[in-house]
Ligand binder design. Structure first.
Ligand SMILES: C[S@@+](CC[C@H](N)C(=O)[O-])C[C@H]1O[C@@H](n2cnc3c(N)ncnc32)[C@H](O)[C@@H]1O
Length: 266
């Protein structure tokens, strides 16, 4: 109680913080998602906006991916967001969660931040999580292996949102290489969340290690697919930490990239 009160008083915008709490409790899903008043607001943001884009382009079904599942808190939350968004926008949403099931592999070198991560962290209780999941499919194994036949094995509906939480540079490089699978598997623009890109004075995430390095290298070597910053979020009057963890993947050569989806009556 004391901690909650202290946080509220120290909030730079306490009135907004109170309004957010009220909306979180009593608002509709759509009101809550618009101001980030949910658990895992970044998951909701990415899936909601992917679904809106998909509807505008006439897709009836999309997929969303979580790379890095651990105990499944994020994946279960993704299921909840997908269920709400499916109802709201009348679109089917398939969910896939990728993980070793055994926790983090051993870090390969300094780029995997061994001063912050250790092999074996975040081990999954597979039977427990399987029993709790309602619609998400678990893709278990090292991403280096599961990435090889994921598309042939599951033939996923076009992917509209990707939650990247593999922690390591080396794992994220592999996950990002899946963006090369071909336009059949993606919306022309994909909403992406990268969990380990802000952090604290311990992690000291930067452009030369971890997920940020994987993003930068991806952009350096790809001309037609780029991970761009969400300036629309970064310019909001109230910018939250997670806004700095969103990237948009643009498939410039996607056959539907140039299709008009904006407002007609201007
Ligand atoms: C921080 S946890 C994920 C937490 C989860 N997203 C959540 O919000 O609840 C990171 C996960 O990435 C997985 N991971 C890291 N490298 C991997 C790899 N090469 N292949 C498969 N999974 C990997 C680990 O097993 C670990 O469970």
């Amino acid at each position: 109680m004391y901690k909650k009160l202290k946080n509220l008083i120290l909030d730079p915008n306490p009135l907004r913080a109170i309004a957010k709490k009220i909306i979180q409790k009593f608002g509709s899903y759509e009101q809550r998602i618009r101001i980030g008043a949910t658990d895992y607001p970044y998951y909701g943001y990415c899936v909601y906006n992917a679904a809106i884009l998909a509807r505008k382009l006439g897709y009836k079904r999309i997929s969303v991916l979580e790379f890095g599942v651990a105990k499944g808190d994020g994946l279960k939350n993704l299921e909840w967001h997908a269920q709400e968004i499916s109802k709201l926008l009348s679109i089917d949403i398939d969910i896939y969660g990728f993980d070793t099931g055994e926790g983090l592999p051993e870090p390969l070198d300094y780029r995997d931040l061994p001063y912050h991560f250790k092999g074996g962290f975040y081990k999954m209780d597979i039977p427990k999580l399987q029993a709790q999941l309602r619609r998400a499919k678990l893709v278990l194994g090292d991403i280096k292996e599961t990435s090889k036949n994921f598309f042939e094995k599951y033939n996923p509906a076009p992917i509209g949102a990707i939650m990247q939480d593999l922690d390591f540079y080396s794992s994220t490089v592999v996950a990002l290489s899946m963006l090369e699978a071909g336009e059949k598997y993606y919306l022309p623009r994909v909403f992406c969340y990268f969990d380990d890109t802000v952090g604290t004075e311990v992690e000291l995430y930067n452009d030369f290690t971890g997920e940020r390095l994987a993003i930068n290298e991806f952009n350096q070597v790809h001309g037609d697919i780029k991970l761009g910053l969400p300036y629309h979020l970064l310019a909001r009057r109230v910018v939250e930490s997670w806004h700095h963890r969103i990237w948009i993947c643009h498939f410039f050569k996607h056959s539907r990239y140039n299709e008009f989806i904006s407002m007609e009556d201007r």
